[in-house]
Design a protein around this ligand. Sequence first.
Ligand code: FAD
Length: 544
Amino acid sequence: MIACIEHSSFVHDSDAAENGVVHGGETLDLAGIRGTVDYSSSAKNSVAKDFGGLTRVPPRVLVRPADSGDIAVAVRAAAATATVTVAARGNGHSINGQAAANNGLVLDMQGISEHPFRVVVSSGAEPYADVSGGALWEDVLKRCVSGFGLAPRSWTDYLALTVGGTLSNAGVSGQAFRYGPQLSNVTELEVVTGRGETVICSPSDNSDLFFAVLGGLGQFGIITRARIPLQKAPHMVRWIRLVYSEFDEFTRDAEFLVSQPQGDSFDYVEGFVFVNSNDPVNGWPSVPLDPDQVFDPDSLPPNSGSVLYCLEVALHFDHRDGPSTVSLVKFVVALKAHGVYSFCETDPFWGESDHTVVEQLLGRLRFVRGLRFEVDVPYMEFLLRVKRAEEAAKATGIWEAPHPWLNLFVSKRDIVDFDRTVFKDILKGGIGGPMLVYPLLRSRWDRRTSVVIPEGEIFYIVALLRFTSPKGPPVAELVGQNKEIVRLCTKKGYDFKLYLPHYQSREEWKQHFGNRWTRFVEMKAGFDPMAILAPGQKIFSRNH
Ligand code: FAD
């Protein structure tokens, strides 16, 4: 009964007279695809740009695969030509065209996002979810929490990113100090390799492919399914921001918190730098968590410098012996809607022991007394917090404007010098968006994966999340500033790596991977010998 609709749908327009014909008269034969094959200019334009908005690279064709079988057909079709490359596009939230395929084939991975989704809970074993590589993390969250009261352990700050996209990089947020990045929290993958073969892999089966693909920048295979371990989702989160005027006190406290055993610390630890001024975007107003809270600069020590630091922590808690999660959340939302519910010392859902844990932890920290902000929010609202920022940015148009972002991992050894030269000097006026800086632990990163990180046990993620506007400095100037920062890190001999890396030459990639380069090249030869996959990373060139 189904067989009659198992034909691909082809969309053409007048610009696409050549359709499947590629250079030299070869044909790109996509006839076996069950999803959509779209040669129209509008389709190609829709994927020509990414979130960065710094490049425009239209493909020859956009394929919306119906399932992983379609992905294998597409890769094999490209392999049968001499020139066509294939880029999996998650949600296109790269900055420098990493999900593009110049004149090649782009796969819209969200097409397969419904297949599969399965949560398995069995007694005595850790629960897990099987999710599509094209699924958005926000959908994984909603389905796991609402349907099963379970959730993955490790997140990104923003969740409109795909499972395959973040696992190809790392996937980092404030839980990574405890559980490692997302790539340390996956137990099985289904992958379509550059040879067009569909392979199931795990740490014990086809482990070379499994570890190569994780953090592999899309070079070895396309992730069509991932198995993600789950844990019980808490009901609520106490979300706290603490202000510091001194970087060494901020780092000392952040490092203390991430080094404590589970149960003796917060469930989430992040931090950011902000400008010591009343600038609405870059300064004091960026810190309070609730419109009713006020940042009082009189609390700051008189010798405070050009920039200040904010430690952001969160503790999960449950409503014990009371209403179910759903009714609790509804109750909190209703109270909030009436302006009744914001944090108070006598929070109705806050147990005495939770209180003691938080106060004991906070009592040890050296933040500026008087500059502590906190709210209690339902767990999902906490994880979806950046969605609110997205909605606000979309309303003002800055979501669609270019984002010349720079992400780095900088070793603890060099982070004080980095603060002195970059935050306190080059960026002392802010960047029109968040400047994240918080510690991670190398031992939580599975070293068998492809991602490269600094050598020291403690290293910091530095994320310069720039937002631009026509009234601000030209984008080229900001890109130049990023380059200056990277050059400076290199010149000073910092132990650092680019996160979400982007280079133009093979030599730079070689340097990035260091002693892991030979292995990376070997894996490429094994799993994608014609260099068909993820050409937008500019690591390898297509060969026959
Ligand atoms: P894309 O940008 O579409 O793809 C990225 C790369 O992965 C490309 O090379 C692509 O070909 C490849 N790829 C995509 N899907 C697959 C697949 N299924 N199999 C194999 N390869 C694939 N990162 C963090 O770690 N933490 C954060 O908190 C965080 N927050 C962010 C917030 C915003 C607003 C943005 C724009 C980005 C953020 N990122 C964060 C970065 C994000 O992890 C990367 O952009 C990542 O690439 C995921 O985006 P995507 O799913 O849109 O993938």
